[in-house]
Design a protein around this ligand. Sequence first.
Ligand SMILES: [Fe+2]
Length: 205
Amino acid sequence: MTSAATAIDQPTLIEIAPTGQLTGATRHYEKQLGDMAGVYLDERAWTSAVEREGAETLIYSVDEQKYQDGPGALIVGTSTLLPGSYGDEFAVTRGHLHAISDRAELYYCLSGRGVMLLDTVDGRTAAVELTPGKAVNVPGHWIHRSVNVGDEPFVTLFSYAADAGQDYAIIAEAGGMKTLVVSDGDAGWTTIPNPRHRGYRKASA
Ligand SMILES: [Fe+2]
């Protein structure tokens, strides 16, 4: 036995609304249309959206609650991705691989209709549709991005290890993810190969 007391954090009650509002958030950030340069294949569609709607148009917002930075702690938060499309491609978040790449993440759909688009650096790809009540348990080593394929905000609750971090550059350096989520010409979605994708570099951790 040691006399040094172990610091044990207090449990936290978090209230989460279907709209994504979350009590006790320790971090909030937003991405605007102007931040999404180079993300969509159809550059002209993105440029004309910027001209029409303004670079400061909100695309998505994230609220999260973290009580400590250690590897044993969880971050809990919500992501709200607004509906939209650029050419045939649906609105997306930037997406990332966790900087500590073996870190997993849970996404649970609170409202709206979306897709979790997933790639591994060695060429595997997956797309999982999420509607309220459905969740995807994303293993470590998967690059992940949310896509809104509906006509209302796509809101997810997420949770992942507090030390995971995000590597956003891995997608941009690869020319985007391996596939694009596009309209199927009806009310649905499908994936098509991304012609700009040139493969991923190895993860840094
Ligand atoms: Fe993540």
